[in-house]
Design a protein around this ligand. Structure first.
Ligand SMILES: NC(=O)c1ccc[n+]([C@@H]2O[C@H](COP(=O)([O-])OP(=O)(O)OC[C@H]3O[C@@H](n4cnc5c(N)ncnc54)[C@H](O)[C@@H]3O)[C@@H](O)[C@H]2O)c1
Length: 329
């Protein structure tokens, strides 16, 4: 990790949840960090996310589609961590062209500018398990068919292909991480469409009942954000043997178990069940579990933070900084 001392690093989406955790770690390791983030309404940008290091990083408040305007920052970067994106599957079904613009078109413009400003540069892209769609088998490895079931998955798949295609031709040197559900400090708790973990955590902090959709038996393997950040840092430099790696959590848990842990750590609010809402059922993928064998075998990464410990750390963070994430009405 010493590679990051004095490195010039560009972090797109660095005001959002994962990007800000990554930017903070990079600053702590002595990197010169520039964040590019246009604070898109409905995404997780929050200036408070980087408040602790604000005097030690630069923020360029531009959109990736405006990349020619920050070409000099691209040219000066030793590497790019590309985390800008919209994560909401529900929003992508309501506003598919908005999702296309954010997750595919803006990415294409940015990548072409990177290739022209600094041919062959290293870019690490935050991809998603959603590319795989409803799994044919569990756990899901990198060879699983790419068969997304919502617009977000299709557009993220396109952006993933742009990275890989431009790398095959030598224009870029991209590494793609396909992340499972990520949780931890600096999540956007106030955006209900950003996934069930943020919603469960918000309810734990407000003391409201936690609602589980369906029978609660579906499984997920949430990964704590510090573990995800470790994976990004690991593939940033050097020559990883592969271009794509799955990144998952320590353990597979049912949604009822996840709700139970969050309720227990949150003080014991009620957990209830209800049928899937009509707008979520068609884009539900069923159970998911990540096969992380490749990244463990090739690079020695594995998730370390167990879910109950990660939830304790997450709730501790939000209790200390609540007014910046759940402002009083
Ligand atoms: N959070 C998860 O569970 C998860 C899981 C799989 C993959 N991912 C991927 O990781 C990345 C980061 O996710 P997150 O949870 O931190 O999301 P987030 O919404 O918290 O942060 C994304 C940030 O990107 C910025 N942004 C979006 N499009 C932009 C653009 N075109 N130009 C400039 N800035 C832009 C937003 O303003 C926001 O600050 C996303 O690409 C997402 O698809 C996240």
């Amino acid at each position: 990790m010493d590679s990051y001392r004095d490195a010039n690093v560009l972090v797109t989406g660095g005001l959002g949840f994962i990007g800000s955790n990554l930017a903070i770690r990079l600053v702590e390791q002595g990197a010169r960090v520039t964040v590019v983030d246009s604070s898109i309404s409905g995404c997780g940008a929050n200036p408070y996310n980087v408040a602790s290091v604000r005097d030690r990083l630069r923020v360029v408040p531009l959109d990736l589609s405006e990349a020619p305007q920050f070409r000099s920052e691209i040219a000066a970067a030793d590497l790019v961590f590309n985390l800008a994106g919209e994560i909401s599957h529900i929003q992508s079904m309501k506003f598919p062209e908005r999702d296309l613009q954010i997750n595919a078109l803006a990415q294409l413009r940015f990548l072409l500018e990177c290739a022209s400003a600094k041919r062959g540069m290293r870019i690490v892209y935050a991809s998603t398990r959603q590319l795989y769609g409803a799994p044919d088998y569990l756990p899901v490895d990198e060879g699983h068919p790419i068969r997304p079931i919502d617009f977000n998955g299709v557009h993220k798949a396109a952006a993933c292909m742009y990275h890989l295609m431009l790398s095959r031709s030598g224009e870029l040197d991209a590494i793609v991480l396909r992340l499972t559900n990520v949780y931890g400090p600096r999540m956007a708790l106030n955006i209900p469409t950003q996934g069930f973990l943020g919603t469960f955590l918000r309810r734990a902090l407000t003391g409201d009942p936690i609602e589980v959709f369906g029978d609660g038996l579906q499984t997920r393997d949430p990964v704590y954000v510090d573990d995800a950040v470790d994976a990004f840092l690991l593939v940033g430099f050097g020559i990883p043997p592969s271009r794509t790696y799955n990144v998952g959590g320590v353990e597979g848990l049912s949604l009822s178990e996840i709700a139970g842990v969050i309720s227990r750590e949150g003080g014991g609010m009620q957990v209830t069940q209800r049928a899937f809402p009509d707008d979520i059922k068609p884009i539900d993928i069923g159970s998911y579990a990540t096969d992380c064998t490749r990244i463990e075998r090739e690079l020695g990464w594995r998730p370390r933070v167990r879910f109950d410990e990660g939830i304790r750390r997450t709730l501790d963070f939000f209790r200390q900084h609540l007014e910046h994430y759940l402002p009083p009405a």
